[in-house]
Design a protein. Structure first.
Length: 276
């Protein structure tokens, strides 16, 4: 695994060293950055340690148990990062209504150290009015920034104006494995909802435990939702709801019919006990 990360690190370093515009200003090679981000899909990042906005130690493994959305920001950004943060805030609120409360977590990692410290991240979150309870802003140790970036397939190039970096988010499954990359400055309920919905529907019930009525209802609700491009949110597809209700009604009717036939057959069965 160490060798693999070293090879990927060399690949990303090659990206950064070979990309420059005609006037000599470094720029990000989007094609190579995309390849680097896809190379980590299916891998499990190491258990890095961060500090949250309250300067408390947080481990990446603390977020296991439910899907996790990860994106990278730098607090000095005045264009892409604030825009992506605000649009993602709207998207995760829509996902919360569709998936149900407390189904996933979100973390934004500041990568411009030492400037992206807990105090700066706290101010950045407040300026962008992030009030989602399952969203945290994390500051890594400065010596871990390069390794964390490699682990999540995140590429950036420092420029005179700040950083040129890949825009998007990484979706991690409940076991800590990178499931997919979602690209774009404007992350939406639809683009984030597709991988999250897949992960939640595919999640097995706890070992040795039968799913509760609430869990079954939540899964049915997920199955019956579709994305509405007019509203930008997921909504119930009532035709699917009616199909499911009709199917359940059919199987219930068949079950009642078979139970009644069996009971009637027992009443009609002749007494064949021997006569003494």
């Amino acid at each position: 695994m160490t060798r693999w990360y070293a090879e990927l690190g060399g690949f990303v370093a090659l990206i950064l060293s070979l990309t420059a515009s005609a006037d000599g200003v470094p720029t990000l090679d989007e094609r190579l950055a995309f390849q680097a981000s896809q190379a980590v899909v299916g891998t499990v990042p190491p258990d890095f340690t961060f500090r949250d906005r309250q300067e408390q130690a947080v481990h990446l493994a603390d977020y296991r148990g439910k899907p996790l959305i990860v994106n990278f920001i730098f607090t000095g950004c005045t264009t892409v990062c604030p825009t992506q943060t605000r649009t993602m805030h709207s998207a995760v609120k829509g996902l919360d209504r569709m998936l149900g409360p407390d189904q996933f977590n979100v973390v934004s990692i500041g990568f411009n150290l030492p400037f992206d410290n807990p105090r700066a991240l706290r101010a950045f979150a407040a300026q962008n009015r992030i009030d989602y309870p399952n969203w945290e802003f994390l500051s890594p140790d400065i010596e871990d920034v390069a390794a964390i970036s490699r682990a999540f397939g995140f590429s950036s190039v420092e420029t005179p104006a700040g950083f040129d970096h890949i825009a998007g988010a990484t979706v991690v499954d409940a076991s800590g494995r990178i499931y997919s990359q979602v690209y774009g400055e404007h992350l939406t309920t639809e683009t984030l909802g597709i991988p999250l919905r897949q992960l939640i529907l595919a999640a097995p019930p706890a070992a040795g435990a039968l799913p509760s009525f609430e869990q079954l209802f939540a899964r049915v609700r997920l199955l019956c939702t579709v994305y509405d491009p007019d509203t930008g949110e997921y909504r119930y597809d009532w035709s699917l709801v009616l199909e499911i209700i009709g199917g359940l009604g059919f199987f219930l009717s068949v079950g009642i019919y078979l139970w009644r036939e069996r009971a009637a057959l027992g009443r009609r069965r002749p007494d064949i006990s021997p006569v003494r």
